[in-house]
Design a protein around this ligand. Structure first.
Ligand code: NAD
Ligand code: LMR
Length: 328
């Protein structure tokens, strides 16, 4: 049976992540290996030519599932009928820029993109914001798409989740597939909290299998500051691993989490775990039938509480800043 195609819009398509992401999508890794893909590449006018070059390369791969590629600098066209919006393009922090300036500059990108999603996206649209500051950019886009269900706007913390899996696997000398129920809480920033108190390795709690000093002084800062460490080493921010995490995020959202496991997604809070309703914060979630649900009933001890609160407070401050700027 022929599947109907999925329309996937990628913003910042000519950027580093775009280059690592588009070929994965076109080869069928985002949804599944049966669903044809229509790609929409959104760029700013100066980068349209480069995006067209990437489109030529996509063409040259002769991907069986790739039905069409359109390149545009018009957000309305790019999001018309889109089923999956991957919002990657964002304004990077320039030297001397304050957090408020950065949020304002990104408001200029995510507000019109939210409006374009509202105007034309398909009824089942799912949005993943990758461009930083991802959680608050997602909040801005969501605020300008009142007709799209709020829960369809998500922010990427899957890269942090994957980083945490690898760090723990190295420490315990196990495979990443032996690790279940990893959680990232909070913001995709250095305040994020990778939680090992509910993570299981071989059916036992991970926090009980590592020294407390490693957990507090090595694991948490290594995961939380990994983005900065990559920038320091590569001279550019993570790209292929970010693209991989974006593919993982959407694939899991659509196809579900495995029994006995969960994942981490930045999603609008419903007030669970004391996270103020509406903030787009990372939670442990299970996915099934194309929907996600926050894992409920986890016990949060004082160590975890303090760290979750610190990251959530940062998100609340970012929200207050964009509120003052009239962006949400
Ligand atoms: P990049 O600078 O290589 O590419 C960004 C692209 O976005 C550029 O081609 C630029 O022209 C385009 N762009 C800018 N404004 C646009 C707009 N209004 N519409 C469409 N396109 C626009 O950056 P990159 O390395 O690809 O990273 C992209 C973003 O992802 C950055 O904000 C980065 O910090 C972030 N990031 C997030 C994570 C995460 O885990 N959430 C991980 C890595 C990187
Ligand atoms: C990452 O986690 O690798 C990025 O968000 C870092 C960055 O600032 O682009």
């Amino acid at each position: 049976m022929t599947q109907s195609p999925v329309t996937v819009t990628v913003t910042g398509a000519a950027g580093q992540i775009g280059y690592a992401l588009l070929f994965r999508i076109a080869s069928g890794q985002l949804i599944d290996s049966r669903t044809p893909v229509k790609l929409r590449l959104l760029e700013i006018p100066q980068a349209v030519k480069a995006a067209e070059g990437t489109a030529m390369e996509l063409d040259d791969c002769a991907f069986p599932l790739l039905e069409s590629i359109e390149v545009t600098d018009d957000a309305t066209k790019a999001f018309d009928g889109t089923n999956v919006g991957l919002l990657v393009g964002a304004r990077p922090r320039a030297q001397g820029m304050e957090r408020g300036d950065l949020l304002e500059a990104n408001g200029g990108i995510f507000k019109p993109q939210g409006e374009a999603l509202n105007a034309g996206a398909a009824d089942d649209v799912r949005v993943l914001v990758v461009g930083n500051p991802a959680n608050t950019n997602a909040l801005i886009a969501q605020a300008h798409a009142p007709d799209v269900p709020a829960e369809r706007f998500t922010a990427m913390t899957r890269l942090d989740h994957n980083r945490a899996l690898s760090q723990l696997a190295h420490k315990l000398g196990v495979s990443v597939t032996d690790i279940k129920k990893m959680t990232i809480w909070g913001n995709h920033s250095a305040t994020q909290y990778p939680d090992l108190f509910h993570t299981e390795v071989g059916g036992k709690i991970a926090a009980e299998q590592v020294e407390q000093s490693w957990l507090a002084d090595e694991f948490i800062p290594t995961v939380a500051k990994r983005g900065a460490a990559i920038i320091e080493a590569r001279g550019a921010s993570s790209a292929a691993s970010a693209a991989n995490a974006a593919v993982d995020h959407v694939h899991t959202w659509v196809n579900g989490t495995a029994d006995g496991d969960w994942t981490s997604m930045g999603i609008p809070s419903d007030g669970s775990y004391g996270v103020p309703e509406g903030l787009i914060s990372s939670f442990p979630v299970t996915c099934s039938n194309g929907k996600y649900e926050i894992v409920q009933g986890l016990e949060i001890d004082e160590f975890s509480r303090q760290r979750i609160d610190a990251s959530v407070n940062e998100l609340a401050e970012e929200r207050d800043t964009v509120r003052q700027l009239g962006l949400v």
